[in-house]
Design a protein around this ligand. Structure first.
Ligand SMILES: [Zn+2]
Length: 171
């Protein structure tokens, strides 16, 4: 019961644009107060003493929400995800990953998508306080700001929430 109430639900704007993810508990609250309607019931029913309430996996808001253009927040885990959890110097995939500043902070390298990449500890140590150029270490790809497509934004949920896919494609 607890797991079901905290399971993620995809929230769509009134125009079907994917907005965010909330808990089932919150989604049921929105449906109960008629602020949202259920589009997918992927998770069976929430049973209480008096009733069975369908557990949504996708809901749509009745009223349009205005919001700024979405962007991917620059965090360590988002850099790893952009780089497919792969060291951008040697191509090794791993669990022990680090963040490397291509131009080190000691040389005024900025904290930006273009200057941060995923590196394995070995490559990070090898590179040390040098720039990638100075260390003669080549990047597998040019680091960019990831596009804030719905596919990217909600990608981490898709493995366990395949029913979301049709609502996410194209946004
Ligand atoms: Zn490496």
């Amino acid at each position: 019961m607890k797991n079901l109430l905290t399971a993620p639900v995809l929230v769509l704007n009134a125009n079907y644009e994917p907005l965010n993810v909330c808990t089932t508990k919150r989604a049921v609250g929105l449906m109960f107060t008629e602020k949202a309607t259920m589009l997918e019931n992927g998770r069976g029913f929430i049973r209480s003493v008096s009733m069975n309430f369908p557990a949504p996996s996708v809901i749509r808001l009745g009223r349009m929400i205005k919001r700024p253009r979405p962007s991917v927040k620059l965090t360590k885990s988002e850099v790893f995800r952009r780089d497919h959890y792969t060291c951008q110097y040697c191509g090794q995939r791993g669990e022990e990953l680090t963040i490397d500043h291509i131009v080190p902070r000691s040389k005024d390298g900025p904290h930006t998508w273009n200057n941060l990449i995923t590196a394995c500890p070995k490559c990070n140590i090898k590179k040390g306080g040098r720039t990638a150029k100075e260390a003669n270490m080549h990047l597998l790809s040019v680091p960019k700001t990831p596009s804030a497509s719905a596919r990217y934004m909600f990608g981490k949920y898709l493995n366990s929430n395949e029913t979301w896919l049709p609502y996410i494609e194209g946004w």
